[in-house]
Design a protein around this ligand. Structure first.
Ligand code: ATP
Length: 426
């Protein structure tokens, strides 16, 4: 069996798409052998600054007769060279071919793939592994794509503990290259979502009235449906749109939370994504731009800011209801020393209270006596300098909450895939 890993062929400005390249290779490689599985679309660390969009890399697994290997490789490399947007300085393709599957290679690649999903690697890390195992590899320009190519090939070799599917439908080049707006009957998309959820997810964002399965860039993707296999096929058959040039189902690590590292606050470093358990330190505050921020502390005594940024829309309403003392688990990436929230579990609610004007000995509630002057009973003239603290019921349930589909990261596990006390957002 040959595994082909490819990454970093597309560009934000010049277009292209590594998954489209994979889709074309699926067709062209058919005459060379038999595919062992669906093509793999692997999402790597979502915090990498070099990414074009979702930091995806692809891997294909195919049985090819030894005599046809070289010709197949040549065809793959021609296609990569032809489709890559090499004029963009940020496009640095990498391709790897794995034929052997020695135990050491498997082990080293497993750890490399995990680091590519959870940490930040250097091009040298990929080249070191390639040299150590004499991996057949090809790079264009600075070869940064070797990182993603190796990581995806590593997952193809070792498998993933969890996976979902995405069906991606592509546009005809004549429309994609001229920037013609995507012609999709959004009513059929909404209907497809209603009929197939929860076997599909993140097709539309009902609360925020957005279709999220249709991209807006100059890439050839018409739409992408995420979910379980039967769900994505069902939804695809219900959507009416401009002609689909081709559609391919990818097995992916999307919706699996593979990027999250269980940790404590003192270990957090920018660029990685975490699961942290702690206590809310202060009342969440809304800052300029509509972002909601609060601090948590954990057993290490360290504190860290957590943020529900403005694009997380209605998720912020949940976060605003937290108070000091609430026990939470937060999930998200660290950036500038702040956790950008993807999900939160409210484990235990602290007792809620509010301050009200004190009650006078006569039984009537006092009135404010003026700014900074405490309270005064209008009838008896009694005074008090402190308000009464009274218990109130908390307007929040325990359990997991998540950002809405319009703010979801590809790799984040949607709550619709989780069990227990969950409040899926849709
Ligand atoms: P698309 O999703 O449209 O295919 P993209 O968002 O995947 O685009 P790429 O064009 O693949 O972005 O660019 C990402 C680059 O970052 C690649 O060169 C890849 O090898 C590299 N990369 C991926 N993960 C890591 C990591 N953990 N550390 C360092 N570099 C990484």
């Amino acid at each position: 069996m040959m595994i082909i890993g490819i990454d970093d062929t597309d560009s934000q400005t010049e277009g292209g798409c590594t998954t489209y390249l994979a889709a074309v290779l699926m067709e062209k490689l058919q005459e060379y052998g038999d595919f062992v599985d669906y093509p793999l679309l692997i999402r790597l660390n979502p915090n990498i600054k070099y990414k074009t969009r979702g930091n995806g890399a692809i891997a294909l697994r195919i049985e090819i007769e030894v005599g046809r290997l070289e010709k197949a490789k040549e065809m793959v490399l021609d296609e990569v060279a032809g489709q890559s947007r090499l004029s963009d300085e940020n496009t640095n393709p990498g391709v790897v071919f794995l034929n052997g599957t020695s135990g050491d290679l498997k082990y080293d690649l497993k750890s490399f793939s995990r680091r590519a999903i959870q940490d930040i690697l250097k091009i040298e890390d990929a080249k070191h592994l390639i040299n150590a195992h004499k991996i057949d590899s090809y790079e264009f320009k600075n070869g940064r794509g070797l990182i993603g190519a190796l990581a995806a090939a590593g997952i193809a070799l070792n498998g993933t503990p969890d996976h979902t599917f995405e069906l991606i439908a592509y546009r005809y080049l004549s429309r994609a290259s001229t920037g013609t707006p995507r012609d999709i009957d959004t009513a059929t998309v909404r209907e497809a979502d209603l009929r197939t959820y929860p076997r599909t997810w993140d097709t539309v964002d009902i609360a925020n009235k957005k279709v999220v399965c249709v991209p807006h860039g100059n890439d050839p993707v018409l739409f992408g449906i995420r979910g379980e296999m039967d769900g994505v096929l069902d939804a695809f058959n219900r959507i009416k749109s401009e002609p689909v040039e081709r559609a391919v189902v990818f097995r992916t690590n999307q919706g699996t939370d593979m990027h999250l590292i269980r940790s404590t606050v003192d270990q957090v470093k920018d660029g990685c994504s975490y699961i942290l358990k702690g206590l809310v330190c202060d009342q969440p505050r809304t800052i300029h731009g509509g972002h909601v921020i609060f601090r948590i502390t954990d057993e290490t005594g360290e504190t860290i800011d957590c943020a529900a940024f403005e694009p997380t829309k209605n998720f912020r309403d949940i976060v605003r209801r937290l108070i000091a003392g609430d026990s939470v688990i937060v999930c998200g990436s660290a950036s500038n020393g702040t956790i950008k929230l993807e999900k939160i579990k409210i484990e235990h609610l602290a007792a809620g209270y509010e301050f009200v004007n004190p009650v006078c000995a006569c039984g009537r509630r006092m009135k404010s006596a003026g700014a900074g002057q405490g309270y005064r009973c209008k009838r008896c003239g009694n005074r008090s300098s402190v308000p009464d603290r009274v218990s109130i019921e908390r307007d929040l349930d325990t359990g997991w909450y998540e950002v809405p589909p319009c703010a979801r990261r590809h790799i984040a596990k949607p709550l619709v895939r989780c069990r227990g006390a969950v409040h899926p957002s849709r």
